[in-house]
Each structure stands twice: as structure tokens, then as C-alpha cells.
Design a protein around this ligand. Structure first.
Ligand SMILES: [Fe+2]
Length: 268
């Protein structure tokens, strides 16, 4: 690879991350079933150098009506207390992984579903896995109301993974593409791995998150993804993807574009 930083290793050791997509609340969705499993996952997140995690249990879709925003906030407060008691250095913020649905704007207004870190600006949007439903109209309506969609793991969606350039249709609404850390490492198969790298060239803001559910098949691997991206694309770019844009999603600030120059990009 021709583009690399000589001091990547020493600078990498300084990086700490914010994870904006993680199923770490006990007993709510398909994340940890109980408190011990949640604490095990949180220890793994801290060991992965994640200092802050946005707890994003599924809302709508097959979890429709199971728990509301208030229940998510309560579960987050309880988990933070447990973490302090167990001396696990991790801060948890509320959020949700929201299956796209025509009621979303109304449900944000009525405080049924949770924006990223309760910041009122960014909303994780999960497309159905089986079929492709273009979220363009939803993104447009959200943008009119001052909300910005974060499309979760497009690289794991069959339709988008095969057509990464499709996302250019959404450029005027500036949605964020959230790519899964494990996809860069091949954890979701070759097609998702190739698509993860391909999305880095698309003209939309990007962020990387773990979407961790456990410490087995869906374990956090942010540090490894960060190192790999630093090596292949550049340390500054890895910082935007794994540190700066996740931070901005939490604070509600506008996101930074990668803006990769073709001649610097060694690609995959
Ligand atoms: Fe998720």
C-alpha cells in the first residue's frame, strides 16, 4: 500500500472511540439477555478502547411496541449505575436502531423513539434486510423537520452492497452512512467487506460503529478496523470515521466528509 503513516502504530495507541451503534442493554432486544451478559459486552467495549457507547436497541419492525423511549432511558441509567459499581470505564448514552417506517417523524415528535444520544438531530435508520425499500422520501421528510438519517450498515444490505453508488441519489439530504467495523475485517462475508471499502469513496458523510450484540459472533472490533483503515486509507481518515464523526453524531454537530483523493487511495 503506498499511502501510509510512519507513526501509525504510536498514534493508534492514543485513539479512543465513541460507538454510536451497539446493542448493549440487558434483556431488551437481541443483545445481551441479562445483566451479566451486558457487563461482559461492556467490558469488551472498554477493552476495544471505546469510552462512550450509544445503546441502540431495535425499535419498530419486529420490536414495534415492545419498549418506548422512556424504557430505553431507564435501562441506560441502570446500566450506567451497574458499570460504575463494576468499575468498568464506559459511559452509555441512549439511542435506538430504528427500522424504517412511515410513522417515524410522528414518533420522534411524540417521544416514542430515540434519536442518537437523545440529541434530537440524528436518527439511526435500519432498512429491512429481505427487500430494498428506498428511504429517499423518508430522508427528505426528516430533513424538512431538521432531522438527519443515519443509514445503518448499507454494506450488509444485498441491494446496496452490490450498488454502492446508489446512495448518491440521497446526497441532497446528507444522510450519514454508518458502516460496521467488522465488515472491513470480513466478519460479514466478502461481499459486505468489499462494499464497506467501496462506500468510503461515496460522497456522503460516513461513520464506523460496532453494532455489537455479544462477545462471540457479534463482538466489538473498532480498534482492529481503525488500524486497518489507517493502514489502507490514512490515519486522518480513520480518525474521521471512528472518532470525529461518531463524536459529532453524539453532540449533534454537522459531519465531516472524507473527501478521498483518487491518487491517495490505494483501495481494496
Ligand atoms: Fe443494530
Amino acid at each position: 500500500m503506498k499511502f501510509s503513516h510512519s507513526n501509525t502504530a504510536e498514534r493508534t495507541s492514543e485513539a479512543t472511540f465513541i460507538d454510536v451503534h451497539c446493542h448493549c442493554l440487558p434483556g431488551l432486544d437481541d443483545g445481551p439477555p441479562d445483566v451479566p451478559a451486558a457487563l461482559t459486552l461492556c467490558r469488551a467495549l472498554a477493552a476495544d478502547r471505546i469510552a462512550t457507547v450509544v445503546a441502540t436497541p431495535h425499535q419498530l419492525g419486529r420490536y414495534d411496541g415492545r419498549y418506548d423511549a422512556k424504557a430505553i432511558r431507564q435501562a441506560v441509567a441502570q446500566l450506567n449505575e451497574l458499570l460504575a459499581g463494576a468499575r468498568i470505564p464506559l459511559k452509555v448514552l441512549p439511542g435506538a436502531d430504528i427500522r424504517i417506517d412511515e410513522r417515524i417523524e410522528e414518533l420522534v415528535r411524540s417521544d416514542e423513539i430515540v434519536t442518537v444520544a437523545d440529541g434530537g438531530r440524528y436518527l439511526l435508520l435500519e432498512l429491512p434486510h429481505e427487500v430494498f425499500i428506498d428511504p429517499e422520501m423518508l430522508l427528505a421528510r426528516l430533513a424538512e423537520g431538521g432531522l438527519c438519517g443515519v443509514i445503518t450498515h448499507p454494506e450488509r444490505h444485498t441491494f446496496l452492497a452490490e450498488r454502492p453508488q446508489y446512495v448518491r441519489r440521497w446526497v441532497s439530504y446528507r444522510p450519514c452512512l454508518q458502516i460496521t467495523a467488522g465488515s472491513f475485517l470480513g466478519g460479514f462475508g466478502r461481499r459486505s467487506q468489499e462494499a464497506a471499502w467501496a462506500f468510503l469513496k461515496e460522497p456522503l458523510p460516513l461513520a464506523i460503529a460496532t453494532d455489537a450484540h455479544d462477545t462471540a459472533g457479534r463482538a466489538p472490533c473498532m480498534s482492529q478496523a481503525y488500524q486497518l483503515i489507517s493502514r489502507h486509507v490514512g490515519r486522518d481518515e480513520a480518525d474521521i470515521l471512528c472518532v470525529e464523526n461518531p463524536r459529532r453524531l453524539v453532540t449533534g454537530e454537522s459531519l465531516v466528509m472524507l473527501n478521498l483523493e483518487a491518487d491517495r487511495w490505494t483501495g481494496r
